[in-house]
Design a protein around this ligand. Structure first.
Ligand code: C2E
Ligand code: MG
Ligand code: MG
Ligand code: MG
Length: 279
């Protein structure tokens, strides 16, 4: 009996796996065409400076409007794109889109603050990206200081020297550099010492901690950032108690559903006009 049951569940597992693979294959195929078909778009989530009570800027986050599946979040296609190498094209598309958007805001006379964008670890393996970025800077003339690049610690696992070199070059071009999801992965204090980082983004898990009365690590990260003269951003702020704690404990900037979800371009423009203060 046990044997039959075992056999059945084995078949069941295989069917799941099969379906998962098929789903993945079809996503992979569609993903290849998504840039050309113009199916990606960006949403912008505000960041608020809780010291000055001003909008610091926005983080650009990618979405995929799939022709039959609807809006697909990045966690469902970025990992696939990273494995197939398509991520390079996607991340470059994002950068180009952000440049274009900034230019258009500039023309309209709207100051949206600093716009950040995420780049995947794979991107930092290849120095070719630097030449592409330089070309883009020549094509679309904007204030590079207004763009922040969010990198993650995962970038440095494979080859620290190589990744460091690329980050240094991006910094030289004028971008601000932000270390995203800090504390989530294999954080090394060496990264903070050797990389030209401007901003530290505390991972959401530590912000969640505040809600559960866990303060040790978040306190430590905030004071570490201040000692190193880095701006500190808390991501994933959802509740008033988190905001209040972060404000009382000298965090600089917050981002999260407590303020706003990622917004369409139109809503982001409305947000900047209507924002008065956090409370
Ligand atoms: P991330 O860069 O750490 O972005 C923060 C994620 O947390 C975003 O999810 C955002 O919508 C979500 N979030 C913000 N506030 C809250 C909150 O209060 N509560 C909760 N539960 N979530 C919140 P999203 O947009 O689904 O992006 C997920 C991840 O996908 C990003 O994490 C980033 O690693 C990656 N990603 C997004 N856009 C891009 C992109 O253009 N290029 C690359 N390479 N990766 C991207
Ligand atoms: Mg990010
Ligand atoms: Mg993050
Ligand atoms: Mg995160």
């Amino acid at each position: 009996r046990a044997k039959i049951k075992g056999k059945n569940s084995f078949c069941f597992f295989n069917k799941d796996l099969y379906e998962k693979n098929m789903k993945r294959l079809s996503i992979e195929e569609d993903l290849n065409k998504a840039i050309k078909k113009n199916e990606f778009f960006l949403v912008y989530q505000p960041k608020i400076n809780i010291k000055s009570n001003k909008v610091e800027g926005f983080e650009a986050l990618i979405r995929w409007n799939h022709p039959s599946k609807g809006i697909i979040p990045p966690m469902e296609f970025i990992p696939i794109a990273e494995q197939t190498g398509l991520i390079r094209e996607i991340d470059f598309w994002v950068m180009e889109e952000v440049f274009t958007q900034l230019k258009s805001w500039e023309k309209k006379g709207i100051d949206m603050g600093v716009i950040s964008l995420n780049i995947s670890p794979n991107q930092l393996k290849d120095t070719k990206i630097i030449n592409r970025v330089k070309k883009l800077i020549k094509e679309i003339y904007i204030d590079i200081n207004k763009i922040q690049i969010e990198i993650t610690e995962n970038m440095f696992i494979e080859s620290f020297e190589n990744a460091k070199d690329i980050v240094l070059k991006l910094k030289e071009l004028g971008f601000k550099i932000s270390l995203d999801d800090f504390g989530k992965g294999y954080s090394s204090l060496n990264y903070l010492k050797w990389l030209p980082i401007d901003v530290l983004k505390i991972d959401k898990s530590f912000v969640d901690g505040i809600h559960n009365d866990e303060y040790e690590l978040i306190d430590l990260i905030i004071s570490l950032a201040h000692r190193l003269k880095l701006e500190i951003v808390a991501e994933g702020v959802e509740y008033y108690d988190q905001y209040e704690y972060l404000k009382n404990n000298k965090c600089d900037v917050i981002q999260g559903y407590y303020i706003a979800k990622p917004l369409s371009i139109e809503d982001a423009e409305k947000f900047i006009v209507n924002f008065t203060n956090v409370d």
